[in-house]
Ligand binder design. Structure first.
Ligand code: GLU
Length: 440
């Protein structure tokens, strides 16, 4: 096992009165650190930095929902718009008991930088409701979604702020958001939300788009290391939701050896490689808690999965999975971030010292919002593309963006792709701010 990088750990344990876990586990603090790193590289105008340091609008809503048993519950939800310099805000809505304002602020900011790094004409936003959706009936979930949509109605709109799926939300929930907004406006408004089912203005390829993008990012990384395919490359995937399962399936179809997958209940491990077609089929027909009951495969913990001796690690679950306390034990040579914010800034330093290539979230998982953009364009034009065009255009954008991030890395002699991607994004956002000027 590699030597512990105590030097780096000490660096962040130093601030008086602070504790490492608390610093590391606040995603808003983490995104600010990333932006400050980029600002240093660019020698950024401090006035522009001031704008980026605060989200432009924050809505907190407490809203009532009638439950099936006749009782009433009051839920808390958020919509945060981080920046609109490059266009209408874009970003998903998550339903999770862990949702909190700092998390939603961070996720909104990452959307600003993600859309900028892949050059989409959007700003960044995110929403969330503090709820465990798995404890609700379908009709409760529908009432909660409709009431939350109503609560954020004045913030969203096709030219203003366009939500999409995120953790624990799906196309059906997006169709309820579209319907609620449309009922109140008096006409069907396809462009108010993306990630919708195909029958109501969704785009072919959107469901798999984030996972497909993570795969394209991995293929590009391998290509830059003179490896022409992912054949026999061993991969551990943390998270088996939309992103993780689609990434694992696509990588498997291209010859990758998926050594492990996990969800919040645990991980499945087979060094020879799991059969992803069987596993995806099993996961579709079983509740989440039964993933680890998939027959004939060793069960390990999520922590063990992160530390497996594999070529590639794909964290596709939540924030703060790779931290100061476990980064040194990571053995993968490449990390492709399917999740938003899975690696903390302290962990980034440790991984860089270990020469592990980290393909950052704002690039690696941008496939979802890229195809959301296609869906929005198709909805506005009422003209729908075939899947081949969607997938090919997604790949073109990601490959071009990756090259632009590499160019930034070279230009500023940077060690990490994250700082290069952030610098590119911050540069694009601040150029837009300067071009538009400050009103009034
Ligand atoms: N929730 C996804 C993300 O974090 C997709 C956002 C979108 O399509 O607007 O990138």
């Amino acid at each position: 096992m590699a030597k512990k990088s105590n030097k780096l750990v000490e660096k962040v344990t130093k601030p008086p009165g602070s504790n490492l876990k608390a610093i590391e586990s606040n995603p808003w603090e983490n995104v600010l650190t990333q932006v400050h790193n980029a600002a240093k590289v660019l020698d950024l105008d401090p006035n522009c930095l001031k704008i980026l340091e605060k989200p432009s609008a924050i809505l907190t809503t407490n809203f009532p929902v009638n439950m099936d048993d006749g009782s009433l519950e009051v839920y808390t939800g958020y919509r945060v718009q981080h920046n609109t310099a490059r266009g209408p805000c874009k970003g998903g809505i998550r339903f999770s008991p862990e949702v909190n304002l700092d998390e939603v602020k961070a996720l909104a900011a990452w959307m600003t930088y993600k859309t900028a790094v892949v050059n989409l004409p959007y700003g960044g936003a995110k929403g969330g409701v503090v709820v465990n959706p798995f404890q609700l009936s379908k009709s409760e979930l529908k009432r909660l979604t409709r009431r939350f949509t109503y609560s954020i109605l004045n913030m969203i709109g096709p030219e203003r702020d366009i939500p999409a799926p995120d953790v624990n939300t799906n196309p059906e929930i997006m169709s309820w958001i579209m319907d609620t907004y449309s009922m109140i406006k008096g006409h069907t408004e396809l462009g108010v939300v993306t990630g919708k089912p195909l029958e109501v203005g969704g785009s072919l390829g959107r469901l798999e788009a984030t996972g497909r993008g993570v795969f394209v990012a991995l293929e590009e990384t391998l290509r830059q290391q003179n490896q022409q395919s992912c054949k026999d490359v061993s991969i551990a995937v943390q998270g088996f939701g939309n992103v993780g399962s689609n990434f694992a399936k696509i990588a498997y179809e291209h010859g990758g050896r998926i050594a492990a997958v996990s969800n919040s209940f645990g991980a499945l491990y087979d060094s020879e490689g799991l059969d992803m077609l069987e596993l995806v089929d099993y996961a579709t027909n079983h509740p989440r808690e039964e993933l680890i009951e998939f027959p004939g495969v060793e069960v390990i913990t999520n922590d063990e999965l992160l530390k497996l001796d594999v070529d590639v690690l794909a964290p596709c679950a939540l924030e703060n999975q790779i931290r100061a306390d476990n980064a040194d034990d990571i053995q993968a040579k490449i990390i492709v971030e399917g999740a938003n914010g899975p690696t903390t800034p302290t962990a980034d330093e440790i991984l860089a010292e270990k020469k592990i290539v980290v393909v950052p979230d704002i690039l690696a998982n941008a496939g979802g919002v890229i195809v959301s953009y296609f869906e929005w364009v198709q909805g506005q034009q009422h003209y729908f593309w075939n899947e081949k065009k969607v997938n090919a255009t997604l790949k073109d954008i990601l490959v071009k963006s990756y090259a632009e991030v590499n160019a930034m890395k070279k230009k500023y002699c940077l060690q990490e792709l994250r700082t290069a991607a952030m610098a590119l994004a911050v540069q694009r956002v601040t150029h837009a701010i300067k071009l538009r000027g400050i009103f009034p």
